[in-house]
Write a protein that binds this ligand. Sequence first.
Ligand code: SER
Length: 596
Amino acid sequence: MNSAQLRKIFLEFFEKKGHKIVPSSSLIPSDPSVLFTTAGMQQFKPYFLGEKSPYGNRAVSVQKCLRTSDIDEVGDESHLTFFEMLGNFSFGVSAEALSRNAKDEAGYFKKEAIEMAIEFLTKKCKLSKKKLWFTFFSGQAGLPADADSKNLLLESGIAPERILSFNKETNWWGPTGNEGPCGPTVEIHFDLLGKPCDSGEKCLPNCRCGRFIEIWNLVFNEYYQNQAGELSALEQKGVDTGMGLERLAAACQKKNSVFETDLFAPIMKIVNKGDNPEKQRVIADHIRSAVFLISEDIMPLNVERGYVLRRLLRKIFTNIEILGLEQKKIYELVKAVIENYQDVYPELGRNEEGIITVVQQESEKFERAKEAGRKIYDKIKQSAPEGRITGANAFDLYSTHSIPLEITEEWVRRDNMEIKERDDFFKLQKQHQEISRAGAEKKFGGLGQEAISPEAIKLHTATHLLHASLRKVLGDSVKQMGSDITPQRLRFDFSFDRKLSDEELRKIEETVNEKIRENLFVKKEERPLKEALESGALAFFKEKYPDIVSVYSIGEFSKEICAGPHSESTGALGNFKIIKQESVGSGIRRIKAALH
Ligand code: SER
């Protein structure tokens, strides 16, 4: 069965069982606490929490999803960044539908969810029941084991030896973002190879040998997790299921990996060169993500979603080079993705030219970065003993010219050499990440990067605009003394020895708003500290900076040493409003402001 048929029979099967077919939502979620849509349930989150669903109590969808959490696993048989999730959902049992005896419209819970899943896989997809393995939640940390699910599986005729239990790390799902519904899961695994690996009896679902592929996750939303991580029982229990279309296709098409299915065949044909299947797979996976992201108007940048896109594209360029393919192959790849998906996702076909242009511009930028990096590489070679390149050199190339380690390695390999002290690259990279994170935590009053909300990010960029505007209106004696950001407001302390007049405040506010209206790009560069300071970048004297720092420039207007993160451009900030000014000790003023 091809993947177009699989999408169709899935939707039809659940539609017949009273589910409303809901189109895929965007890859850019409305929930501001997550970067991408990572699951089908995301667009339905409010309905799990009691808000009335416009679709009734049952919905079914095929959702485009993007996950960066598995990015390092891409290259094996089953992990992907972009994938399509087939999902059926129940938002709780409606008393009204039950009273009319309209059972199909009412929601459902574990029994129906498990029975329908088994029926779909065995009757519609014709998968052998004997190849299906099931896992359920074993109970942990004060939470009971999901004995109901185990019994329901047994009642459905699943052999006890193919029902296993796992802990919270494996058989629990959610919430997405900072808070939301969550609960125990039943996961369905398909036995692709039919025999154990070398670990013998221990080769069971979740073994990493490639024998099993997890195809379907049935989540029973019984709990609500708040921002502090505390659980409370949900009044209305819901079902959220997610099945990877690519993985189901591998099982139904009797393939050993998702990359052999019809969803990837036209893409793999283009990169099928040499004996490096891992790199071929990374290209095949990343090109789908990149094309879908660009079709949703994401541009390659150094922050947020744009940064993910930039990483994906640069990884593709790098792997194309390592495989010895021509760079222009990427355009064939883009076209193959569009061709393969435009019937289901017309936004791809509509934007073909635009997508190619974005890829082309990024490819040119990367080529320029490589040229600059190559010059430095040649210089290091000339000046170093026996032309040796070290891990530290490779890190310099990476942090100042964005040259990935793989490219430096490729250059070194072509020079018939090896990178010396290669591990230093990773040590320096880790140090660098820790320093950036510590910097960000300090600036954000102890919030970790992951917890920074989009509102806080915008306010952070607004803080830089405010800083520059203060200096423009009041003079260069203004220096940052402190900064604090919550999702609701920014607070900025600076050196100045008198109260600001209303006219000055108005001018400062107007200058910030002018810069927002100009929609200036926020550019990030990595620079040695000394060079950054010499170039006039503002620094915060209380901060202890590392040797290599990030410099954020907003057009020509502002330049500061800062750990980020920031908005991609100022246009998204909205309207800037000063809420109040205060004095905090002698010679220090405080401004509180917000964005609307
Ligand atoms: N939300 C669950 C998942 O993403 C099931 O849809 O796995």
